[in-house]
Design a protein around this ligand. Structure first.
Ligand code: DQA
Length: 152
């Protein structure tokens, strides 16, 4: 069964109570369940991970290098982490960058991303829906890959 990773970076464990006017009231557990259920309908396995530590995120990603696709909200590491960027490049898993808030409408330091130029695409400002749209994109991406492998 194909595997999609869902990785959330620092402070996203606080979703539900953290600045709800910016990030909404849905908890991370609810987001993970919704993404996993979208993928399960298409017989795709979902592995989720959240950490506030850059090293833990990098180590976990290294361990999951066989996965087929990555849904990534790097949180504040979006704007700071060359290490996490290099890890994503290192494992070579195709990915979509997700942000609950529209980072481009916010403080200037949030306009810079270490991930957007290496992502297939990025979704920002669509709240939880962004995760679900990205999961649907992952389904299409994996199906297309399977079709091209079976016809070659
Ligand atoms: C975020 C945006 C980041 O700027 C911020 O540091 C976060 C969450 C978002 O989902 O909107 O922690 O990635």
């Amino acid at each position: 069964m194909p595997t999609v990773l869902l990785i959330n970076g620092p402070n996203l464990n606080l979703l539900g109570s953290r600045e709800p006017e910016i990030y909404g009231s849905t908890t991370l557990k609810e987001i993970e369940e919704q993404v996993a259920s979208t993928l399960k309908k298409h017989e795709i396995n979902c592995k989720t991970f959240q950490s506030n530590s850059e090293g833990e995120l990098i180590d976990w990603l290294h361990e999951q290098r066989e996965a087929d696709f990555l849904l990534l909200n790097p949180g504040a590491f979006t704007h700071t982490s060359v290490g996490l960027r290099d890890a994503v490049l290192g494992v070579g898993i195709p990915f979509v960058e997700i942000h609950l808030s529209n980072v481009h409408k916010r403080e200037e330091f949030r306009h810079q991303s270490y991930f957007s130029d290496i992502a297939i695409g990025a979704l920002a400002g669509l709240g939880v829906k962004g995760y679900l749209l990205a999961a649907e994109f992952a389904v299409d991406f994996i199906k297309q890959k399977e079709n091209s492998q079976s016809s070659s």
